[in-house]
Design a binder for this molecule. Structure first.
Ligand code: HEM
Ligand code: HEM
Length: 186
């Protein structure tokens, strides 16, 4: 990949993109997180009963799966540099994209931990797809549990906002700026 050109519209070959592992981790987490947000919000509108309990169990277990993947992804990311920014891209755009990426890393790691703690505090189990329950890390405290879930919900909507910004930026790069930013992640 040549980085010598500074023309804003100079295409960068896709060969200089993310590694196959980084791509696989990105798209797996992307699909799961969008699903978790949709199900998290959707379950609020379900009547109480076994169906809602089942959906909540799936939400919790899949959230924990995302936590495990994200911890592995963070370790991988620390050991592997991402491709450099587009040549000629203004510094504020690079800064903003880094801020959004790191906020997403942070939120997607903190949210499932809060979910786990919140369930503990409310005295409810975290069942991994009915196979086994996760250990209880904090004691019962209803008030704390409710506060934790308030923060969990707030972060969910923050994540949604960041994802809209993130996807909008990716589509803008691809269809308007016509550069290689989306291609290097696909
Ligand atoms: C990356 C992982 C996760 C994401 C993105 C996520 C996202 C969300 C969202 C958007 C909501 C709806 C909030 C609202 O409408 O106010 C929600 C609700 C909920 N989440 Fe998660 N969640 C994740 C992981 C977890 C985990 C691991 C657990 C539990 C172990 C959990 C338990 C819950 C519960 C119980 C609710 C309902 C809260 C209530 O009724 O106030 N979530 N989640
Ligand atoms: C579904 C639509 C999505 C598209 C089109 C998309 C596109 C992209 C692209 C093109 C990049 C590379 C940006 C660059 O090289 O500067 C990227 C990176 C990234 N995306 Fe997404 N993304 C999507 C969904 C998500 C979701 C849902 C999340 C949150 C969980 C997410 C989190 C990230 C993070 C953290 C990075 C930085 C990766 C790194 O450098 O380690 N993306 N995304």
């Amino acid at each position: 990949m040549s980085l010598s050109t500074t023309a804003a519209d100079a295409p960068v070959p896709a060969a200089g993109g993310y590694t196959a592992t980084a791509k696989a981790l990105h798209w797996t987490v992307a699909v799961l997180v969008i699903g978790l947000i949709a199900v998290g919000i959707g379950r609020e509108f379900m009547p109480k009963g076994p169906e809602k309990d089942f959906v909540t169990m799936l939400h919790k277990a899949t959230g924990i799966v995302v936590l495990v993947i994200m911890l592995a992804r963070l370790a991988y990311r620390i050991g592997h540099r991402p491709p450099p920014p587009e040549p000629g891209q203004p510094g504020w755009k690079t800064g903003l994209s880094h801020a959004v990426h790191w906020s997403l890393y942070l939120i997607v790691i903190v949210m499932p931990i809060l979910g786990w703690f919140g369930s503990n505090a409310l005295g409810r189990p975290v069942s991994m797809y009915g196979l086994f329950n996760l250990p209880t890390l904090i004691g019962e405290n209803k008030e704390l549990g409710e506060t934790i879930y308030d923060v969990h919900g707030l972060l969910g909507f923050t994540a949604l906002g960041l994802i809209v910004l993130h996807v909008g930026a990716a589509l803008h790069h691809h269809f308007v700026a016509r550069d290689a930013v989306l291609k290097r992640m696909t």
